[in-house]
Design a protein around this ligand. Structure first.
Ligand code: 5GP
Ligand code: ZN
Length: 112
């Protein structure tokens, strides 16, 4: 498994940096975002380290969307964004591939 000793998300996968884990398989890890832009904002990452989507072998990408879908359902939000940024111009800050799952609370929910 490709890892990078200096990568924050590789350290989270290894348990060297604490996180609120939501889901884990042999290839994938999901956890709450430390700076949520909405309640239950979470991240789904491959355990295989790579900065951009194009750096990750297909077999390490296959579970990411199904798990993001599970987390979207589990959040209870009817509306949500799934986002994946590649490169600084595309607003990527952490160079380990990640999908954001960002619930969009409705006005009726009382959360906005
Ligand atoms: P990007 O801009 O790269 O798409 O998003 C990176 C995300 O990682 C941000 O939403 C940021 O809050 C989150 N993040 C950065 N460092 C940590 C950390 O140490 N722990 C957790 N849980 N999230 C982090
Ligand atoms: Zn990494």
């Amino acid at each position: 498994m490709a890892t990078d000793a200096n990568c924050i998300f590789c350290k989270i996968i290894a348990g060297k940096i604490p996180s609120k884990k939501l889901y884990e398989t042999d290839k994938t890890f999901a956890f709450l975002d430390i700076g949520p832009i909405a309640p239950k904002h979470c991240l789904v990452i491959p355990k295989y380290h790579g900065a951009k989507l194009t750096d990750i072998p297909d077999e390490h990408l296959q579970e990411l969307l199904p798990i993001a879908k599970k987390l979207a359902k589990a959040s209870g939000a009817e509306q949500y964004n799934i986002l994946q940024n590649n490169g600084r111009l595309a607003h990527q800050q952490v160079d380990h591939v990640h999908f954001h799952m960002i619930p969009k609370p409705s006005e009726e929910s009382g959360l906005v």
